[in-house]
Design a protein around this ligand. Structure first.
Ligand SMILES: [Cu+2]
Length: 88
């Protein structure tokens, strides 16, 4: 499934997907964004995915292989985030 990053937000900001689904984020903003499921500075255990900083047109893909709920953030702008629920 596709998530658009635009106007400092994720669209859709919440999604429910089946296990094994690949989610691809694409940045349409001129500002860089970086996707991470770790809260800012909370790296290490519990961190499942994190992109490089994405410039305009940049994409990042992650395959969700276990059922759980995953809040995620932009590490550069931690006030924006999204939520992915993975079901069996
Ligand atoms: Cu950002």
């Amino acid at each position: 499934m596709a998530v658009v990053i635009q106007n400092y937000g994720f669209n859709p900001s919440t999604a429910t997907i089946k296990v094994g689904t690949t989610v691809t984020w694409t940045n349409f903003d001129s500002s860089q964004h970086q996707i991470s499921n770790a809260a800012m500075g909370n790296y290490g255990p519990g961190q499942l995915f994190e992109s490089a900083p994405l410039g305009n047109g940049g994409t990042y893909s992650f395959i969700f292989t276990k059922t759980d709920s995953f809040p995620y953030y932009c590490t550069i702008h931690p006030y924006i985030g999204g939520y992915i629920t993975v079901t069996s």
